[in-house]
Design a protein around this ligand. Structure first.
Ligand code: SF4
Length: 457
């Protein structure tokens, strides 16, 4: 069956199109405006005309399209008519605007058709966030530094990641040091400080020991201040973690790291292009603890190729046995630019019910183990259109992760692909200042990247 959706509303066309894609793969959907002639394919398709803006507002248009497609396809997305990346931010906004989180829940159910289970997740996350202390002054920024290199490219990767090469990395770091020095000075001049610092990637630990030590030290000197609440370094792949790097992290004053197994199943690790074993994950974790790392996050992905709900549960149980302070459960997103979408473009549509089981079981296990959700976000092309959730134990939530999703502070992003977002509290508005994503162009145009920040910050 295919569906021909007529949309006569230019302003809301994008959101309506994104909503329709949650019900059926792109090849089963056709979009047009009503003035177009029927095509021969269109004649055999089910046709639905979304009422125009003169008849109803955007939310009502989305509800009409949702109801039609749910009835025709039998698919009922858990997130209802929500197509955005940040449902948590919407929950906070609705709680403020409608006077209470109870009213926000009511609105999500009636106006956005969100299921009780996802409303419960949002409420739980919101309650944990109310306990997290952060500096709401405009001076408090998040600082992100990107290292766009990895040892190999994962099957599902759609990021700006490049295979690590010594000479390329050396040239990249030289440009990055220039940006770090310039941004540090800009922040001093403008009275800004880093409330949180995050070195991510790529895989920062794919650098050599000496390169790595130099960059974390440089970031620390440039941005770590007495008021800085947290400093995180993503270590990513266990086979890139060495004692020297962990000691460098500690010396630089960073207290948080992330070790990302994604799965604890050997076969899947091979399938997704990782070059390490589950045992190496456990060894890296033990090494990090022995080097004094007190706050460790571990990432897992639900919906990896050939994995069953039992495989996912097995991975989660092994990870919880290690006892990291944070666990982030991602849903596999199969995006353009990944090898997986080239091999199987309909993958995410078939994975819906498997991923649902994984996430439901995962959330129950994490609750039993004392973890609570503290931030969440969605991405396009996620299997089953679910979400990514960061869980924490006690007071170990990452401010950086929480605030970037709430979009209530300026985030300054350095390095190739870094997109800074300058927050204007009076208007509750963000303005983007983007670096180019190709690292070679970033090196060539580093002065222009710095100038963009001088003008935009
Ligand atoms: S570790 Fe992350 S950034 Fe690197 S290739 Fe894999 S998915 Fe991409």
């Amino acid at each position: 069956m295919s569906y021909r959706i007529k949309i006569q509303d230019e302003k809301n066309r994008y959101e309506l199109t994104e909503l329709a894609k949650m019900f059926a793969p792109a090849e089963e959907l056709e979009f047009s405006d009503e003035t177009e002639e029927e095509t021969s394919e269109g004649a055999s398709a089910e046709v639905f005309a979304v009422p125009g803006p003169e008849e109803m507002d955007r939310n009502a248009q989305k509800r009409a399209l949702f109801s039609y497609l749910a009835e025709k396809t039998g698919v009922v997305p858990d997130w209802g008519t929500l197509t955005g990346v940040r449902p948590g931010k919407l929950f906070s906004q609705l709680s403020r605007r409608l006077g209470s989180p109870d009213n926000a829940e009511e609105a999500l159910k009636k106006e956005y058709f969100v299921t009780d289970s996802k409303i419960g997740l949002l409420r739980n996350t919101w309650e944990v966030q109310q306990r997290i202390k952060c500096d709401k002054s405009p001076a408090a920024c998040g600082v992100y530094v990107g290292i766009p290199f990895c040892p190999t490219r994962c099957l599902y990767c759609s990021f700006t990641s490049n295979r690590f090469k010594d000479d390329a990395a050396a040239k990249y770091l030289k440009a990055l040091y220039k940006e770090i020095a310039a941004v540090s000075e800009m922040m001093e001049q403008r009275g800004l400080y880093a409330e949180s610092i995050y070195i991510g990637g790529g895989t920062p630990t794919s650098l050599t020991d000496s390169m790595f030590s130099e960059i974390v030290q440089s970031v620390s000197g440039a941005f770590l201040r007495p008021k800085t609440a947290e400093f995180t370094v993503e270590c990513g792949r266990p086979d890139t973690i060495t004692e020297a790097k962990l000691k460098a992290i500690k010396t630089a004053g960073a207290g948080r790291i992330s070790i990302n197994p994604q799965t604890m199943k050997q076969h899947t690790l091979e399938l997704i292009g990782r070059q390490h074993t589950p045992v190496q994950i456990e060894e890296a974790f033990a090494l990090a603890r022995s080097c004094g790392m007190e706050c460790i996050n571990m990432d897992l992905i639900a919906g990896l190729p050939q994995e069953s709900p039992e495989d996912f549960e097995g991975s989660l149980r092994k990870v919880t046995e290690l006892g990291p302070e944070n666990i982030t459960v991602h849903t596999l997103a199969v995006k353009r630019g990944s090898r997986l979408i080239e091999e199987d473009s309909g993958y995410s549509y078939r994975q819906g019910s498997t991923v649902r089981h994984m996430l439901e079981k995962g959330s129950a296990i994490l609750k039993e183990e004392g973890y609570e959700p503290y931030y969440l976000y969605r991405q396009k092309h996620m299997a089953g259109n679910f979400e990514n959730v960061g869980y924490c134990r006690g007071n170990t939530a990452s401010l950086y992760n929480m605030r970037i999703m709430e979009e209530d502070q300026t985030i300054i992003a350095l390095g190739a692909g870094g997109i800074s977002k300058v927050y204007y509290p009076a208007e509750d508005r963000l303005e983007r200042v983007a670096n180019v994503s190709n690292y070679e162009i970033y090196i060539d145009r580093i002065d222009e990247m710095i100038k963009r920040k001088e003008e935009g910050l």
